[in-house]
Every structure is written in C-alpha cells, then in structure tokens.
Write a protein that binds this ligand. Structure first.
Ligand code: FES
Length: 142
C-alpha cells in the first residue's frame, strides 16, 4: 500500500512543529516497538487546548500522524481531545499501511500524556486512560 496524499502532505509539511514555552502540559512518550520518541506541548485556557506543538525523533508516519493529530485537537476541549484515537487520526489521513499503524499510537499517547501532565500540574484529580500497548487495529506483529 502506498502512502495517501494526505500522509505525504503532512509528512512534507508538518503542522504545529516545535515547542511551546511555558506549556501547561508536556507529554513525552517512546514507542517500544521502534524506539522512536514523541514530545507534545499543550497550552490550555478554560479547558480548551488553545495551542499545541510537537517534536519527534520518529519516522515519517509518526510525523504525519502527529501533525494531523495536533490539527484535530487544536481549539477543542480537553475532553474532546481525550477522545481522539489513533484510528481516527489514521482515518483523517486516509489510511496508513498496516505496518505503520503502530506509529500513530505514539501521537495519541503523547497527547494523553500531555493532558495527564496538565492535570497533575493543576492538582486535578483525574485519570487519563492510555491506549493499550499494542495498536488498536494493527493485525501485524512487530
Ligand atoms: Fe517508529 Fe514509526 S517506526 S514511530
């Protein structure tokens, strides 16, 4: 399977790359399968994610999925952002080859861990449920 045009677009022109100084939450996660790392920064105002940026030492699919994921959660409430699954990101990108689906989990995890960090910093006693170790829909062993 080839990469969709949307994947190529987000890979070659990733949105929201960088760092947010004085971020309200920072999440750093690693992909156990490949060793790639993702960092997500969020700025929160009145429970809304007003800004989000990411940095990654990850593959092209990780870059494209994070770029799309940041677009999908920007301007959304925290509760809506927590509902974003890697499958929804993959769908928005019009698909990923099955062997690359695990890369999209990194984006979901990074967002959730940035929100968990935001909760922690603000003394908000809420649990964030992380995605399972294995990809939601990936049938491939890796
Ligand atoms: Fe590691 Fe894609 S191969 S995130």
């Amino acid at each position: 399977m080839a990469y969709s045009e949307k994947v190529m677009d987000h890979f070659t022109h990733p949105r929201n790359v960088g760092e947010i100084e004085n971020a309200d939450g920072v999440g750093t996660v690693g992909n156990a399968k490949c060793g790639d790392i993702m960092q997500m920064f969020i700025k929160v105002e009145n429970d809304v994610i007003v800004d989000v940026k990411f940095k990654t030492f990850g593959c092209g699919a990780a870059i494209a999925t994070s770029s799309m994921a940041t677009e999908l959660i920007k301007g959304k409430s925290i509760d809506d952002a927590l509902k974003l699954t890697n499958s929804a990101v993959v769908e928005a990108l019009e698909g990923l080859p099955p062997v690359k689906v695990h890369c999209s989990v990194l984006a979901e995890e990074a967002i959730k861990s940035a929100i968990a960090d935001y909760y922690k910093r603000n003394g908000i006693d809420k649990e964030v449920e992380m995605p399972p170790e294995d990809c939601h829909e990936c049938a491939v062993e890796h």
